[in-house]
Ligand binder design. Structure first.
Ligand code: CMC
Length: 432
């Protein structure tokens, strides 16, 4: 903690509030004793200015477009690592040695299968069930099959097993939910395939039509998952921490995070972007009409895939995804008209005063769906892909919260009451 203080004056009294400084220069006014000392709370809807924790996992500078995991630039990680390597980094704080990575991969292979009883779950969802609802429900129920984490005398003894289990099984659940939705037989995980290959194989292999895994898809999927692996205190991660702060188990906390991610303002945006681009395509590629709608204050329509709470410049993840998208389309000679529309919209927005004034740039979700489409992943699975990527971040954030003994307390915001003042009770016979 620095020796600096902020001074708050209320009436004729003044209070000294300590300044906290992070390792990268970010600053906060520590108001933890504010209520006790002054009787006031702070009001901050949408938590625009509220830091809920200190965290050593992800650093984000939204003004300069910087995103680092555990001190490593996202650009370096996306270029040089596999998703499994980055998951290890996020979870353990250091890049793995060769041996450590082998152990981690072995654990994931060991736990990739689902308990056979869980497979019956998939039979009882309606055929058009949303894969996000299936994912959240099934992840929650993992606790019934693997409750060891709660029973362990050492609260963190079961951590690495539970982590490997959750990472490996969530991937299996995601692929199974797709197979069930199209009425195809399940494809089980293979110990011979790596994380991304395994996922693609479980999604697309068929008994009479073996799936040929394209290295271009594996590489693109690795990149996409890495870019989604953590993003500090976003809506779903804050949900995971909040639910976990009440003492709920890891599976329940992650399941709640999946539900939060589902929303179209958050992870659901990748699906909504493709739906928007398809609608524009159907409408004769008239993207200008949709840009005009997004700017019209009387129209609730927004340009999905644009804008971000924290980034006030280009989202560094979007930059990498845009390049990866162009690369894969080129290499595999895929021509997707939606990419042309997206590029035109970005170009238009870059010179439009509305977008310039509000710092609205493409975010992580703007181009990711175009790559998923090229891979053959259906639109309603896009947010599931986001969830697979975000898992290491959620687990690391949940664990960091549990291990922060000094600040261990249930998450519980306050409010300013705006309802009726106390009034006399009215018996039923007198109510009009
Ligand atoms: N299209 C048109 N106008 C927009 C957009 C947009 N996509 N985003 C923000 N604005 C306008 C908004 O109307 C407001 O204008 P004004 O100042 O005139 O009232 C101004 O920009 C500030 O917007 P805000 O709603 O106060 O910003 P926020 O920080 O509360 O919301 C956001 C951030 C991401 C929810 C919002 O930009 C949005 O709805 N974007 C579209 C949905 C989307 O792409 N979400 C994915 C985010 S990235 C994945 C993730 O990490 O979750």
């Amino acid at each position: 903690m620095s020796q600096e203080f902020a001074t708050l004056s209320i009436g004729d009294k003044s209070y000294k509030l300590p300044i906290i400084e992070g390792t990268r220069g970010d600053k906060a006014i520590d108001i933890r004793r504010l209520l006790k000392e002054t009787g006031y709370i702070t009001l901050d809807s949408g938590y625009m200015n509220t830091g809920a924790c200190t965290s050593a996992i992800t650093y984000l500078d939204g003004t300069r477009g910087i995103l680092d995991y555990r001190g490593y630039a996202i650009e370096d990680l996306a270029k040089n690592c596999s998703f499994t390597e980055v998951a290890y980094l996020i979870l353990h704080g250091e890049l793995p040695t060769f041996d450590a990575l082998e152990v981690f991969k072995h654990e994931m292979r060991r736990f990739a299968l689902l308990h056979e009883d869980m497979i019956h779950f998939f039979d009882h969802f309606p055929p058009n069930a949303s894969p996000m609802s299936i994912l959240s429900t099934t992840v929650n129920s993992l606790h019934n099959y693997y409750p060891e984490m709660d029973n362990d005398d050492d609260p963190y003894g079961g951590y690495s097993v539970t982590t490997a289990r959750l990472l490996a099984k969530t991937r299996t659940i995601a692929a199974f939910s797709y197979k069930k939705s199209i009425g195809h037989p399940l494809v089980y995980p293979s110990p011979r395939l790596n994380y991304c290959e395994n996922f693609l194989n479980m999604m697309f292999d068929r008994p009479n039509l073996p799936y040929k895994i394209k290295p271009e898809f594996v590489s693109a999927l690795n990149k996409l998952l890495i870019l989604h692996a953590d993003h500090e205190q976003n809506c779903s991660t804050s949900t995971v921490r909040l639910v976990g702060s009440a003492g709920a188990n890891l599976y329940a906390s992650i399941s709640a995070g999946i539900s939060a991610l589902w929303g179209p303002l958050h992870g659901g945006a990748n699906q909504a972007v493709i739906e928007m681009l398809l609608a524009i395509h159907k409408d004769g590629n008239n993207y200008k009409k949709y840009i005009a709608k997004a700017k019209d204050k009387n129209d609730p329509f927004r340009l999905t895939g644009f804008g971000h709470r924290v980034y006030k410049t280009f989202d560094p993840r979007a930059k990498i995804i845009k390049e990866a998208c162009a690369e894969i389309m080129d290499e595999l000679e895929i021509n997707d008209p939606l990419l042309d529309i997206a590029l035109q919209m970005e170009e238009h927005a870059a010179t439009d005063e509305y977008f310039i004034q509000r710092n609205l740039y493409p975010n992580v979700d703007f181009y990711s769906g175009i790559i998923y489409r090229a891979m053959g992943i259906p639109t309603n699975m896009f947010t599931v892909m986001f969830a697979l990527g975000r898992l290491p971040g959620w687990i690391a954030q949940w664990t960091e919260m549990k291990e922060d003994r000094e600040n261990a307390r249930i998450g519980r915001p306050r409010q300013i009451y705006s309802g009726q003042t106390r009034r006399p009770f009215v018996p039923m016979r007198d109510r009009l």
